[in-house]
Design a protein around this ligand. Structure first.
Ligand code: S3P
Length: 435
């Protein structure tokens, strides 16, 4: 695909429902009693893997339209072990959260598999606490395929060795089945969508600034969930608007959970003009309409405490940093190496190829802004959706445009990404073989 530079990004758009919350709505809906109607569902390759996974476990899911689904829950202990492995595709959130639920299914043996990328990602971070709780978990050298044998679980106090919402959620979901109170202590607060949704479903959850406790549950009920737009999907457009002179875009109905919205703080620190209108609550999550207008940016420093609130936005923030005066330093983000690709290596390699002055470090990167624009050239997504969107935004902001290889990866989280980009940047997107 070719992405041509544009004069400005302009307009009002919406983005698909939050991917993290969409996974949770289907997984938690599956273990509730009765129906869970999910509106604003963020349909993507990843969340379709979650629908397929719960169906394989005997849960009926009705798809009314692209973003409305009803999950017919089978109760906490009603999942049935399929005879074939459960394929989790590219979705880390699916495999890690589902493992916590399966650990408590006393009648079953389950096998979880993933695509090539997911099969390289670390799973001992969940097998360790689940094993301590009494589940039978067998990984393949710490990776997928992973076998899980559900057993009666005991409650644990678990201090997370890495700040990971997926691991926290895995332990909390297993905690619903455990005898007693399960507590997870976090080194840095991470996204709390699981805690919020479990509370809504009637679980006993106690939240403290650095830890969360869940009690064993007998039944959960979650009649409906409304999902706000995904700030991670809005992020590429917000960054594009911040760096292409004369731009102004508004993304409507975006989730603004403080544990997710770190990118807005950083953009403001860099001098971007960010405004939030119509603050409201969508499905128990803070939300609003986010407007970003272009301005001259300066570099910023991002440290470990802030990283979980913008972990998936660090690649696209690197594009903003390339267009900012001075240096941007990202530290404490070694987790980027364990994502859909090694996002430190991949971001450095791809931004260098198109003229960025960026250097990788053990736990982040350093970028010297070239207040002129990125030159452009070839960007490869490494099969990683965040990299595909990075390449597209770098392309519209660049001097010569970008030939984007592996653009189809964007569909992992945002199938309509290029259509929305074309809407706010007419003439930017050129599909292969189109005349
Ligand atoms: C997610 C948590 C984060 C994030 C991922 C989604 C979640 O991963 O990078 O895209 O939905 O809980 P980690 O928990 O591994 O940091």
């Amino acid at each position: 695909m070719r992405i041509e530079p544009v004069a400005a990004l302009e307009g009002h758009v919406a983005v698909p429902g939050d991917k993290s919350i969409s996974h949770r709505a289907v997984l938690i809906g599956a273990i509730c009693e009765g129906e869970t109607r999910v509106s604003g569902f963020g349909r993507s390759a990843d969340t379709e893997s979650t629908i397929a996974a719960v169906r394989a476990l005997g849960v009926e899911v009705e798809e009314h339209d692209v973003d409305t689904v009803t999950v017919h829950g089978v109760g906490l202990r009603g999942l049935r072990a399929p005879e074939v492995p459960i394929a989790c595709g590219n979705a880390g959130t699916l495999v890690r959260l589902l493992a916590g639920i399966l650990a408590g299914q006393e009648r079953g043996e389950f096998e979880l598999t993933g695509d090539e990328s997911l099969s390289t990602r670390p799973m001992e971070r969940i097998s360790t606490p689940l094993t301590r709780m009494g589940a039978g978990v067998e990984t393949t050298n710490g990776r997928l395929p992973m076998g899980i044998q559900g057993r009666p679980l005991r409650a644990i106090d678990y201090e997370l060795p890495v700040a990971s919402a997926q691991v926290k959620s895995c332990v909390l979901l297993a905690g619903l089945y455990a005898d007693g109170e399960t507590t997870v202590v976090e080194p840095v607060p991470t996204r709390d969508h699981t805690e919020r949704m479990l509370e809504h479903a009637g679980a006993r959850v106690t939240r403290r600034p650095a830890s969360v406790t869940v009690e064993r549950a007998e039944t959960l009920r979650l009649p409906s969930v409304e999902i706000p737009g995904d700030i991670s999907s809005a992020a590429p457009f917000l960054v594009g608007a911040a760096i292409v002179p004369g731009s102004s875009i508004t993304v409507h109905g975006v989730g603004l959970n403080p544990r997710r919205a770190g990118i807005l703080d950083v953009l403001e620190r860099m001098g971007a003009r960010v405004a939030i209108y119509n603050r409201r609550s969508i499905g128990g999550e803070p939300a609003g309409d986010v407007e970003v207008r272009a301005s001259d940016l300066v570099g910023a420093t991002i440290v470990a405490d802030e990283v979980p609130s913008l972990i998936d936005e660090l690649p696209i923030l690197a594009v903003a940093a390339c267009h900012a005066r001075g240096e941007t330093v990202v530290r404490g983000a070694d987790e980027l190496r364990a994502k859909e690709s090694d996002r430190i290596e991949a971001v450095v390699e791809e931004l260098r190829r198109i003229g960025g002055h960026i250097r990788g470090t053990r736990d982040g990167f350093r970028i010297k802004g070239v207040p002129a624009r990125l030159r452009g050239g070839v960007v490869d997504s490494h099969g990683d959706h965040r990299l595909a969107m990075l390449g597209a935004i770098a392309g519209v902001a660049s001097v010569e445009g970008v030939e984007l290889r592996g653009s189809e990866a964007a569909a992992v989280s945002f199938p309509g990404f290029f259509e929305v980009l074309e809407q706010i940047a007419p003439g930017a997107v050129h599909y292969p073989h189109a005349t």
